[in-house]
Design a protein around this ligand. Structure first.
Ligand code: GLU
Length: 279
């Protein structure tokens, strides 16, 4: 089996050191395995993604010495693929319309308390028809209860986490219930991250998902979606996140740490690669 991995950034800002580390980790893993490396642009959120960031991603990664297969898949060009997948789930009674606003869902939550996993239920047919007639916007949510029934429980859902160097694989029991009834199709976009990522990893034949450990928790619900959509489960390698001198992880808001800023101040690609632990 050929090793296939990818780097899948969202063009909502310029890439920073943390992205460089993630992209290099995936790229070098593909090289070490004699495999393939893909770049996928996750640009479903038209309000936050910008073409100039998309162009900058390609430029910055090329500067860093990365090469990827063409054509690059851009999720915004394939929205109907995702709609088809959601329609399939809908036909099987696994999703329901949710008209609630974020505010309605958050009622009773203290201002800084973490968002709780939302678990809802379909509206009764009459109320739903009324709201549809009024053209009220709605999201499609996955019904965990229906999924649990369809799959005869979640106990058999596991995934393999190899750790960053692949030296200590362990089997993880997926706990999708911790995520709640996630949104599969947003009110505004028609799809949401979890569905798009699972769909595209399978479509592109990704065998190894290599990404930051901030997405480890997301794997639980993504594993459930793979089961529901009858898609293969890749092997996962979640790497630690880089932190700055202040101990905080890099974020898109840290302007001084973007690859373009570093480049402008005279840092060479080779210097940065070495600093991040790559030759
Ligand atoms: N597009 C996601 C992000 O930029 C990453 C998706 C993934 O690697 O699974 O955070």
């Amino acid at each position: 089996m050929t090793f296939v991995t990818r780097f899948a950034p969202s063009p909502t800002g310029y890439l920073h050191r943390g992205h460089a580390y993630s992209a290099l980790t995936a790229f070098e893993a593909a090289r070490a395995a004699g495999g393939r490396f893909l770049l996928r642009i996750e640009d479903i959120d038209a309000t936050r993604c910008r073409p100039e960031y998309d162009a900058a991603i390609l430029e910055d990664l090329a500067w860093l010495g990365l090469r990827w297969e063409e054509p690059v898949r851009r999720q915004s060009e394939h929205l109907t693929d995702f709609e088809t997948a959601i329609a399939g789930l809908r036909d099987r009674g696994l999703v329901y319309r949710c008209f609630k606003t974020r505010k309605e869902i958050d009622i009773g939550r203290a201002p800084h308390a973490p968002a709780v996993a939302y678990v809802g239920a379909p509206l009764d047919a009459r109320e739903e028809a009324e709201r549809l007639a009024l053209a009220e916007p709605f999201a499609w949510r996955l019904s965990l209860a229906a999924a649990h029934k369809a799959l005869d429980g979640f106990d058999h859902l596991t995934f393999v986490e190899e750790g960053v160097d692949g030296s200590s694989p362990r089997t993880v029991q997926a706990r999708p219930e911790t995520a709640g009834d996630i949104v599969l199709a947003r009110k505004d976009v028609g799809v949401a991250y979890h569905l798009a990522v699972v769909h595209d990893d399978a479509l592109q034949g990704v065998t190894h998902v290599i990404r930051g450990e901030d997405l480890f928790e997301a794997t639980h619900i993504q594993r459930l979606l793979q089961a529901l959509l009858d898609l293969p489960t890749p092997v996962y390698r979640h790497h630690g996140l880089l932190t700055g001198a202040d101990g905080k992880r890099y974020a898109k808001r840290d302007k001084a740490q973007t690859l373009r800023e570093l480049r402008a101040t005279g840092v060479g690609a080779q210097d940065l690669r070495a600093e991040l632990g790559f030759s």
